[in-house]
Design a protein around this ligand. Structure first.
Ligand code: ADP
Ligand code: MG
Length: 314
């Protein structure tokens, strides 16, 4: 392709909301063999909502939600924001049926004082958060977090979590003062175009893959819904780049599509990194393509554009 053709293609991309950082990135996309998708915020809408909250110790529901929300108040994670919105609505309206209109406003939460005071907060990437409330340790996160802290998970709790996961929801476990107090179920629906895009890629001879820090059961349920066969779950943040490298081993060209801070090492490791425009700045910096419309169809647009520009019809 001539420099003019590359310039034209970059312009066509920009008009469609696909920002391409340079001719090399444009050239590589035509040869993509695998597209690895992050789950949360990439295949899914990233608009998590709490769909279930159950206590197992007889703790009152409002008290439970207030504890969990207090622990999550300093977290930037989409799951934390969903929990805050749900708990806030329950607290102020004594009803959690409708969380619309409850804008995320961490600063106001701190000021209005409806949350408990917490100390020694720490975010534990890939597993949850921990802090102290009233001098007692509170843990909010996945099974791994509970296992690491020696928290006993009863059969009743385990069954409830499995039930959530099999319906594609993420189960968040809560332990307070060393006792498993309750579980939250969180749903994050697929983007509307996701399945069509996966099918389209397969027709183009490109293999889609899903990678996530979420648990295997939820990951499989989501992958099945969207039509992806190859899934990697319970991948810790640093592991996503290793997944990319494992697909590159035989010389294959690999694209990574992601939105989070978690995804930036994988975006950088990929031959073609594509960041969701609504994603975090760090992901956008690490990527060579930015999909400004936040629409997964643009993954196909990007590959098509490269193939047409370099006229390699396969
Ligand atoms: P993903 O790859 O899907 O973006 P993450 O690596 O961010 O996932 O998180 C993996 C898992 O760690 C989550 O599914 C959740 O179980 C747990 N987790 C992470 N952050 C939090 C948090 N703030 N509160 C509760 N659980 C969390
Ligand atoms: Mg994500």
């Amino acid at each position: 392709a001539t420099p003019t053709a590359v310039m034209v293609a970059t312009g066509v991309g920009a008009n469609n909301g696909v920002l391409i950082k340079g001719g090399d990135a444009l050239e590589r996309a035509q040869r993509v063999k695998y597209v690895i998708f992050d789950k949360t915020g990439t295949l899914t809408q990233g608009k998590a909502t709490v769909t279930a909250a159950k206590t197992f110790t007889g703790m009152e529901r409002g008290e439970f939600l207030k504890l969990v929300a207090s622990a999550e108040a300093s977290s930037e994670h989409p799951l934390a924001k969903a929990i805050l919105a749900y708990a806030r609505h329950f607290h102020f309206f004594d009803d959690s049926s409708d969380t619309t209109g409850t804008e995320i406003d961490a600063e106001n939460d701190a000021k209005s004082g409806w949350l408990f005071d917490v100390s020694d907060f720490s975010a534990l990437p890939g597993i949850g958060v921990q802090c102290f409330i009233d001098g007692k340790l509170i843990l909010v996160g996945n099974r791994k977090l509970m296992e690491e802290n020696g928290i006993d998970i009863s059969t009743e709790v385990e069954n409830f979590v499995v039930e959530l996961e099999e319906s594609a929801k993420t189960g968040i476990l809560v332990a307070y003062n060393d006792i498993l107090t309750g579980v939250l179920g969180i749903a994050d629906p697929l983007k509307r175009e996701a399945s069509v895009v996966i099918e389209g890629l397969q027709k183009m001879g490109v293999t889609p893959v899903m990678v996530t820090g979420d648990n295997w059961r939820t990951a499989r349920a989501v992958a099945k819904e969207v039509g992806i066969q190859d899934v990697r779950a319970e991948v810790m943040p640093a592991g996503k780049a290793d997944v990319v490298r494992s697909f590159q081993k035989d010389g294959s060209i690999v694209a990574m599509v992601g939105d989070g801070i978690n995804d930036s090492p994988a975006l950088a490791a990929a031959d073609v990194g594509m960041a969701i425009g609504a994603g975090t700045d760090i992901a956008i910096e690490a990527a060579e393509y930015v999909l400004m419309r936040n629409n997964l169809e643009d993954v196909i647009t990007a590959i098509d554009l490269s193939r047409k520009t370099f006229s390699r019809i396969r």
